[in-house]
Ligand binder design. Sequence first.
Ligand code: C5P
Length: 222
Amino acid sequence: LADGPLRGRRIVVTSGPTHEPIDPVRYIANRSSGAQGTAIATALAGLGAEVVFVTGPATVPPPAGVEVIRVETAREMHAAVRAALPADAAICAAAVADWRMAAESGSKIKKGADGPPTLHFAENPDILAEVSQLAEGRPRLVVGFAAETDNVIRHATEKRARKGCDWILANDVSPATGIMGGPENAVTLISADGAETWPRVGKDMVARKLAERVAETLGEGT
Ligand code: C5P
């Protein structure tokens, strides 16, 4: 482990998309690459943190020098995060699928005379909200993301209150921004102190800035 201000701090980072199976050969996914979560884990480890990196099927390789736990579904991610606690901080950068199939088909759904199938959904556990609201063993700092396409700051501020996390990094993922799956990010940090907009820079710079803030907040390690 690197020496640095986060030495002795354990931080759980979620990253990437989740895949929710429909049947043995099909799944529902989203466009998250895992780039921002990977950069955050790398930056935290660079400041000396012990990072547990819980990742869905991302397109970018996981960071070096951290414990990597690979999952596929939101429910697996939820279980892995629970198992990784307690921790000093949790950074939920994953693009967790909000819904899964109410019942996954055990065999491939066939094309047939009945026409296209109707998919029935069930809600996935909200990992960020649950960790934020833990009565016992809540990490001292819980950070979430809000990927929005309109009224970014208002929606993200509401999200912070609803989930109960300390900070929300809000970003505009409208296709025109090229942010989702792209190399750059433009975020606004929303905390109890208000909203602070950071310039649009590479995801690694956003990660470094966030890691420094985390280090300031958690204080020096032992
Ligand atoms: O509610 P929404 O998906 O917009 O919230 C995004 C934030 O919540 C992200 O930090 C994401 O990692 C987290 N989240 C989660 N579990 C879910 C859904 C979202 O941890 N099931």
